[in-house]
Design a protein around this ligand. Structure first.
Ligand code: DC
Length: 214
């Protein structure tokens, strides 16, 4: 039997991965996992205990203690959590603790996962791999429109995004980078509908390639 359909969506913050991933999941009737939420929830837990997200022992303990309820909290998208998530995401023990859950999520029914290392580490055999990106200015403006009220001025949002991308790309473990077999989709000049149509065409091509390997 063919393996279930798995779609890996990676890319920097605010590139539109979440919107695309959700729409692809609805289109293909697949479960969807926003893996950034896992790192956010770990960072949130450490902050709740007055701890330091950069401390490997505290971050690993929080990752092992994670429960599904942690992912549904409504305070996972503050600036403090953005920073805490990036700090815990650079730690090997945290990533190891979260890996199995992500793989299991996709195993039986297939799934759409979005994150930074889905195509490279979590689902290296995914049916389709997209690396979704956009210019820093476009991403900062989108994020500011969505969350400016909590995140501050556009200049601040731009600086925070640039710092977080640099941290995610520079870390030695599971850095942000496209998988060798990922297709890059630049959404700088695309609205949400155009980005979805482009993503759909790329995923359909990947499914077709799997069905009739050359
Ligand atoms: O996508 P996001 O902004 O919610 O991600 C939060 C943080 O977690 C961000 O610093 C990148 C990191 N992350 C990661 O390292 N690997 C993933 N698969 C998903 C997110």
């Amino acid at each position: 039997m063919a393996p279930p359909l798995t779609i890996a969506i990676d890319g920097p913050a605010a590139a539109g991965k979440g919107t695309l991933a959700r729409r692809l999941a609805a289109h293909f009737n697949l479960p969807y996992l926003d893996t950034g939420l896992l790192y956010r929830a770990v960072g949130r837990r450490v902050l709740d205990h007055g701890g330091d997200p950069a401390d490997p022992a505290q971050a690993a303990q929080a990752a092992r203690a994670l429960t599904p309820a942690d992912l549904t909290r409504d305070d996972l998208r503050t600036q403090a959590v953005d920073r805490a998530a990036s700090a815990v995401a650079g730690q090997a023990a945290v990533r190891a603790a979260l890996l199995d859950f992500q793989r299991q999520f996709a195993r039986t029914q297939g799934a759409v996962l979005d994150g930074r290392d889905i195509g490279t580490v979590v689902l290296p055999d995914a049916t389709a791999k997209l690396f979704v990106t956009a210019s820093l200015a476009a991403r900062a403006e989108r994020r500011w429109r969505e969350r400016g009220a909590v995140l501050g001025a556009l200049a601040q949002v731009t600086a925070d995004l640039a710092a977080r991308d640099a941290e995610d790309a520079a870390r030695t473990i599971a850095p942000l980078r496209p998988a060798a077999d990922a297709v890059t989709l630049d959404t700088t000049a695309l609205d949400a509908e155009a980005a979805f149509q482009a993503a759909l065409a790329l995923v359909a091509a990947a499914i077709g390639a799997r069905a009739s390997p050359s």
